[in-house]
Ligand binder design. Structure first.
Ligand SMILES: Nc1nc2c(ncn2[C@@H]2O[C@H](COP(=O)(O)OP(=O)(O)OP(=O)(O)O)[C@@H](O)[C@H]2O)c(=O)[nH]1
Ligand SMILES: [Mg+2]
Length: 278
């Protein structure tokens, strides 16, 4: 479906393979609205060699009930937390989790008489998941301690973000992979891939059907339109926004507006990857 993936992915993979050697712990960032669709299974084997802490980003945009379910589901296999990097500083929780996963190694090092050193971490995730926002957030507080640390790799910059933790300053970008159409929709709606990659009309049809099924109240409260057939619904929403779908140029504007409504929480906090009640 997406022609440009293989090249990008191979390059990303090679870069990450190099970087991952330098760290103890990987912060795997997943978008809390799409904890399934924002994973890249191709990279799971790379991460297997490392301790991984999963961080659900943008929890302020996701359905909090669903986030709880995802935390408990993912938490069965690894350490996981949900964050909102824009308004909160989560360093203590991250350090606590990193120390927890590194405890066996710390004990081994201690037995060998090795001096303890800060835990080295890197941030990994698909485009737009919030890597830079998190890194900036973590670094800001400790900006005076930013400095080069020679001896590992000259090009790599280690930033001390806590007395017990150092961060590799460049995040690893995973290119999303999807064979399921649904995953493509989720990635486009959350901004991980360009809207143009998929047909906007299909994207909006998908979103509206999803909202009507899973978030009917928020949806109806905002648009104040009762349930009706999809195309009539799009016409009605367009009309409310001052557009006429039959007029040239207006159709795309309606689609863009509806996608914006989703992204800016007009339709409420929505999680696109559902987790069944177990
Ligand atoms: N609401 C909300 N928005 C966030 C959060 N974290 C990041 N964002 C927004 O998400 C967008 C992408 O964030 P970035 O930090 O640039 O994402 P990135 O992973 O570095 O993206 P690339 O460098 O393109 O791979 C920005 O508009 C951020 O403001 C969050 O916790 N909550
Ligand atoms: Mg970035």
């Amino acid at each position: 479906m997406i022609q440009w993936y293989p090249g990008h992915m191979a390059k990303a993979r090679a870069e990450i393979q190099e970087k991952i050697k330098l760290v103890d712990v990987v912060f795997e960032l997943l978008d809390a609205r799409i904890p399934y669709s924002s994973q890249n299974p191709v990279f799971q084997d790379l991460m297997h060699q490392k301790k991984v802490i999963t961080i659900l980003t943008k929890q302020d945009l996701a359905d909090s009930t669903m986030t709880k379910k995802w935390l408990s589901y993912l938490g069965k296999q690894k350490e996981v937390i949900a964050i909102d990097a824009i308004s909160n500083y989560h360093i203590n929780e991250m350090v606590r989790l990193a120390k927890k996963v590194m405890e066996p190694k710390r004990l081994k090092d201690q037995e060998k008489g090795l001096k303890p050193r800060p835990i080295r971490v890197m941030v990994l995730g698909i485009p737009n998941v919030g890597k830079s926002t998190l890194i900036n957030r973590l670094v800001q507080k400790k900006v005076t301690q930013v400095g080069n640390k020679p001896g590992i790799t000259k090009a790599q910059q280690w930033i001390r973000i806590h007395q017990d933790m150092e961060l590799l300053d460049t995040p690893g970008v995973l290119w999303p992979k999807f064979d399921e159409e649904r995953i493509g929709y989720h990635l486009a709606l959350t901004g991980a891939i360009k809207d143009e990659i998929l047909r906007k009309e299909d994207l909006v049809q998908y979103l509206l059907a999803f909202c009507q099924q899973y978030y009917p109240e928020a949806f109806l409260t905002y648009y104040q339109i009762t349930n009706q057939e999809q195309n009539a619904l799009i016409d009605a929403i367009g009309k409310k926004k001052g557009y006429d779908r039959l007029k040239s140029g207006d159709e795309d504007k309606i689609y863009d507006a509806i996608i914006q409504d989703f992204r800016t929480l007009k339709l409420g906090r929505i999680t696109l990857d559902r987790l069944q009640d177990e």
